[in-house]
Design a protein around this ligand. Structure first.
Ligand SMILES: [Cu+2]
Length: 525
C-alpha cells in the first residue's frame, strides 16, 4: 500500500490570488491518547430565517418553493425531478446598498428541474408565492446529475445481456461489482438530444478501494431517462483485474509496521478559545476581516462581501464581492476507447457541494473549529441538511508573521516577533475517488490564499512490468495498473472590488534584464 498510495497522490498547484498547496497528510489523532472529541451542538434549521440578502435558502424557504411548484399548473399532473433549488441572488447594487436592519430585497429562488426529458429553469418569488419565470431547454446542456441519476445509472448495466455475459466470461460475480457513471457528456450524433453517461465498473472483492480494481475496457453508454444501454463496448477482455492485496487505505487495515518514528499527539492551544465569531449564521468576523460565507451546491463554498479593516482609520474597505471555484476540469491523456471521454468537470457535472460529506472533527479540522451546514434540495424537492460541510478555524504552524531584533548599535534592545496566525474556511468534496480539499485562508496582512489538493484515477493494464514506458499513457504504478497522465484545471470566479467596484485586473509580468559583460557597473543585475 505504501508504494501505491504514495504514487496516487498527485498534488495540484495553481495560482489565483496566491495559491498554496496544502499537505495531504491526514493523521489519525483522534484515535491516539490525549485527544477528546469536541463537537459543536447541531443547529436546528427548521425555524431559521435569513439575516442577509446573500444567505442561502432556508429549510422553510425550500419547503415554500416546493409548495409553490406543486400548485403550478404545468406540474399539476407530474412533479418534476428537482436538480437544484438555489437562492436567486439579488443584484449586486442592491446587496452593496443593503445595511443590517434594512428591509430585504425580494427573496427569490432559481429552480432547475427535469420533466419528460426536458430541462426547466424556473424563477420563484418567495414573497408573492408565484412562479415569475419559466424557460424550457434554454441552453444546449443538461443539469448537474442528481443523486437519483447516479444511483439509477449505476444499476442500469445489470439488466443488459451483453454486460452480464461479459462479466461471466471474466469469472466476476455481479455481487462484487460496483458500477458508476464517471462521465456525462455528448459522445456522438447517435446520442443527440439524449442525456447520456458512460458507466464503468470495478470489483470490490477484497478491498473497499474498488477504484484500484477496474474492469478495464468495459464501458456502457447509458440513457439517463430510459436507463437503456445505448452502446456496449468491451475492449479489455485480456486485461486482468488488478489484485486487491495492499489496496485498503484505511488506517485500521494497515498491516505493515510504519518505517518512521511514531508521532506524539499534537494540538494547537487556544486557552481563551477562538478569536473569530460568526454572526447571524454566515457573517465571519476575524482580526481585520469581515466576509459572508455559505455552502453552495455547485461550488462547495462561496465567499462574498469580503472587507478588510483599514489599520489607520478603522474603516472597512471592500476587497472582493464574490469568490468561488467555478469549475474543476480534469482531462486524462489516453486515447483508448474506454478512456478518451474521461475529461471530468467535477463542479458542473457532479457539484462540489453535493459531493461534500461531513468533515471529521479533529482530523479534517482542528479543535476550536466552527462548523457550518449546507442546506440543499433532494430530487423530490424537499430540503436536506448536510451537516458540518464547512469548517472555520485559526491556523498556526509555528511561523513568524513579522520580526526584528536590534541592539547592537543602539541602546534599544529590540527582540520582537509576531506569530503568524491565519483564518481558514475549509470544505472537502469527495468526487468519486477524488478528494478535493479547498482552503480559503485569510492573512492579517491582506493576502487571501486558496489551497487545494486531490488524487488520480488508475487504469488496468495487461502488463506486470512496463515493456515500453513511452507507449503507455502513464507510468506503471503497480502490477497491472497505470497511473494515467492528466491535468487539473481549476477556474475561479473572482469578482474583485478593491476599494469599490470600479477596478480592473492588471497583469504584472516582471522580466529580468540581462546586461552584457562590462555593462553592469553600478547596476544591480
Ligand atoms: Cu490528479
Amino acid at each position: 500500500m505504501e508504494k501505491t498510495s504514495c504514487l496516487h497522490f498527485c498534488f495540484i498547484s495553481c495560482l489565483v490570488l496566491f495559491i498554496i498547496v496544502g499537505s495531504w497528510y491526514r493523521s489519525s489523532i483522534s484515535s491516539l491518547p490525549g485527544y477528546s472529541l469536541q463537537t459543536q451542538k447541531p443547529i436546528d434549521h427548521s425555524a431559521k430565517t435569513p439575516y442577509h440578502p446573500l444567505d442561502p435558502l432556508t429549510v422553510k424557504e425550500i419547503n415554500r418553493v416546493r409548495t409553490i411548484l406543486s400548485s403550478y399548473e404545468p406540474f399539476s399532473f407530474t412533479f418534476p425531478t428537482i436538480h437544484t433549488i438555489l437562492l436567486d441572488e439579488p443584484d449586486k447594487v442592491q446587496v452593496l446598498k443593503w445595511r443590517k436592519g434594512d428591509p430585504f430585497p425580494p427573496r427569490k429562488a432559481q429552480v432547475l428541474a427535469l420533466l419528460n426529458g426536458q430541462s426547466h429553469v424556473l424563477n420563484v418569488d418567495l414573497d408573492s408565492r408565484r412562479v415569475t419565470g419559466h424557460a424550457i431547454n434554454p441552453s444546449s446542456g443538461y443539469p448537474v446529475l442528481s443523486m437519483d441519476d447516479i444511483s439509477a445509472a449505476s444499476k442500469a448495466p445489470f439488466s443488459n445481456a451483453e454486460f452480464n455475459k461479459s462479466i461471466a466470461a471474466r469469472w466476476v460475480s455481479s455481487s462484487e461489482l460496483i458500477c458508476l457513471p464517471p462521465s456525462a457528456g455528448w459522445f456522438g450524433p447517435n446520442e443527440e438530444g439524449k442525456r447520456v453517461v458512460k458507466v464503468l465498473c470495478f470489483s470490490n472483492q477484497g478491498t473497499p478501494n474498488f477504484y484500484m480494481r477496474p474492469i478495464e475496457g468495459l464501458v456502457m453508454t447509458v440513457d439517463l431517462d430510459t436507463l437503456e444501454v445505448l452502446k456496449f463496448s468491451d475492449t479489455g477482455r485480456d486485461i486482468p483485474i488488478p489484485k486487491s492485496a495492499d489496496t485498503d487505505y484505511r488506517y485500521t487495515a494497515q498491516k505493515k509496521e510504519q518505517k518512521m518514528e511514531p508521532l506524539n499527539p499534537i494540538s494547537i492551544e487556544q486557552p481563551k478559545g477562538r478569536s473569530f465569531r460568526v454572526e447571524d449564521g454566515h457573517i465571519v468576523k476575524w482580526a481585520n476581516w469581515v466576509f459572508h460565507l455559505k455552502a453552495d451546491h455547485r461550488a462547495g463554498l462561496v465567499i462574498s462581501r469580503v472587507m478588510v479593516r483599514d489599520s489607520e482609520n478603522g474603516e472597512l474597505r471592500d476587497v472582493m464581492y464574490r469568490g468561488f471555484a467555478s469549475e474543476f476540469f480534469v482531462p486524462y491523456m489516453d486515447l483508448d476507447e474506454s478512456w478518451y471521454f474521461k475529461s471530468y468537470m467535477d463542479a458542473g457535472e457532479y457539484g462540489l457541494g453535493m459531493s461534500a460529506l461531513p468533515l471529521v472533527p479533529l482530523n479534517d479540522c482542528p479543535r476550536h473549529s466552527y462548523y457550518m451546514d449546507g442546506i440543499f434540495a433532494t430530487p423530490d424537492g424537499n430540503p436536506f441538511v448536510q451537516p458540518n460541510m464547512i469548517c472555520l478555524f485559526e491556523r498556526y504552524a509555528g511561523d513568524i508573521s513579522w520580526r526584528h531584533s536590534d541592539g547592537l548599535l543602539t541602546d534599544f534592545q529590540i527582540r520582537e516577533a509576531r506569530p503568524k496566525v491565519t483564518l481558514v474556511a475549509r470544505m472537502a468534496a469527495s468526487v468519486g475517488n477524488y478528494d478535493y480539499i479547498f482552503d480559503w485562508e485569510f492573512q492579517t496582512d491582506g493576502l487571501i490564499n486558496v489551497g487545494l489538493s486531490g488524487m488520480l484515477m488508475v487504469k488496468g493494464s495487461p502488463y506486470h512490468q512496463a515493456p515500453n514506458q513511452d507507449a503507455m499513457s502513464g507510468p506503471l504504478i503497480s502490477e497491472n495498473l497505470i497511473g494515467v497522465v492528466h491535468d487539473h484545471f481549476v477556474t475561479f470566479h473572482l469578482d474583485m472590488d478593491i476599494d469599490g467596484a470600479n477596478n480592473s485586473f492588471v497583469n504584472v509580468n516582471l522580466v529580468k534584464e540581462r546586461s552584457l559583460p562590462g555593462e553592469s557597473l553600478g547596476r544591480a543585475t
